[in-house]
Design a binder for this molecule. Structure first.
Ligand code: PNS
Length: 195
């Protein structure tokens, strides 16, 4: 909400509403629109970052949360992924980075979050994402809804697994991830490639 200007003759009611909004926003009040963007982010790609930037323009606070999935062997540990995401989003002030284990609905309930953001690249994502969104809504008794943003066309081809495969074979991933992430990925694969 834009600050009221005294010379426009703002009414006491409007001024009071403005002050209330400003106070609530400043203190993380219940009027703040918050959302969680959950994912594996192993590693974060330009496609993820595009979704993060756009979602951060829609919500007052966007919590990007890394799934700690004990069943998978990731390239980066959860701690590394959190650190990478913090660095990659350092210029977006309303983005927080966190991690979670177990069900997303439980994490969302603990954090009092009611919207999950997910990116849709193509029809191939749709079936899985629809199932996930419907399952989460059902399991949370309607408390957790999902909002989809379509991935920018320039990133439609991107996935964390293809980035890893290209890097594994020594290919160029500079168009897929920020430079510092590309370096970290190549570092991980170096021992395999020099042997
Ligand atoms: O980046 P990803 O791997 O596509 O993200 C998938 C993620 C983390 C959103 C999803 O696997 C998830 O929420 N996992 C947590 C467990 C859960 O809540 N599953 C939903 C019940 S089917």
């Amino acid at each position: 909400m834009a600050a009221p200007e005294a010379d426009r003759g703002i009414s006491p009611e409007a001024l009071s509403e403005y002050c209330m909004d400003a106070r609530l926003s400043g203190q993380g009040g219940k009027n703040m629109k918050k959302a969680v963007y959950p994912g594996s982010f192993d590693p974060v790609t330009y496609g993820h970052l595009d979704i993060i930037k756009r979602a951060a323009e829609i919500f007052d606070v966007l919590i990007v949360s890394v799934l700690n999935n004990k069943d998978k062997t990731p390239l980066f540990s959860v701690e590394e992924r959190v650190k990478i995401l913090k660095e990659a989003t350092r210029d977006i002030p309303n983005v927080e980075v966190d991690s979670f284990s177990g069900l997303l609905i439980n994490y969302a309930s603990e954090k009092k979050l009611h919207i999950a953001v997910r990116g849709l690249r193509a029809i191939t994502d749709f079936e899985y994402e629809l199932q996930l969104a419907q399952m989460n809504r059902r399991l949370s008794n309607g408390s957790l809804d999902t909002m989809f943003l379509t991935t920018g066309l320039e990133y439609a081809y991107l996935s964390s697994s293809s980035v890893k495969e290209i890097a594994y074979f020594g290919g160029d991933i500079s168009q897929c991830v920020p430079d510092f992430v590309a370096e970290l990925i190549h570092e991980k694969y170096k021992p395999n490639q020099t042997g």
